[in-house]
Design a protein around this ligand. Sequence first.
Ligand code: FES
Length: 120
Amino acid sequence: MEMPSMPQPTFFLFKCEQSAPPGMPKPSCVNEQTQDLFNYLSQMLMEKKIMGPVQAIRTSCLGRCQMGPLMLVEPGHYMYCQLSKEKIDRIIDEHILGKEPVTEFLIPKQYWDEPVSLEK
Ligand code: FES
């Protein structure tokens, strides 16, 4: 049986959805103040009719908890930090739709340096 072709999404938005258990000293991306960000992101993608070509994905910890809430945009390894609804709006409008990453919202380079080489 021949299957219809399925195009790849244009962007994947990996939103960290880790929340620390009560009493944990380490910060996490999801707490009472930030727990609605993923739903907000999904709602905005639907409102702009780009859900599908743009896939929002819940992930666990992305390893930069002190800079959270975090969202990794692929392709490109763009890591956005200290996310808010206002930042999500601009990331969608300027990066996803406008193709210009919002550099002022990216995680500082000392937290997100060059990828580790796998060559020996
Ligand atoms: S909890 Fe989100 S990066 Fe660790």
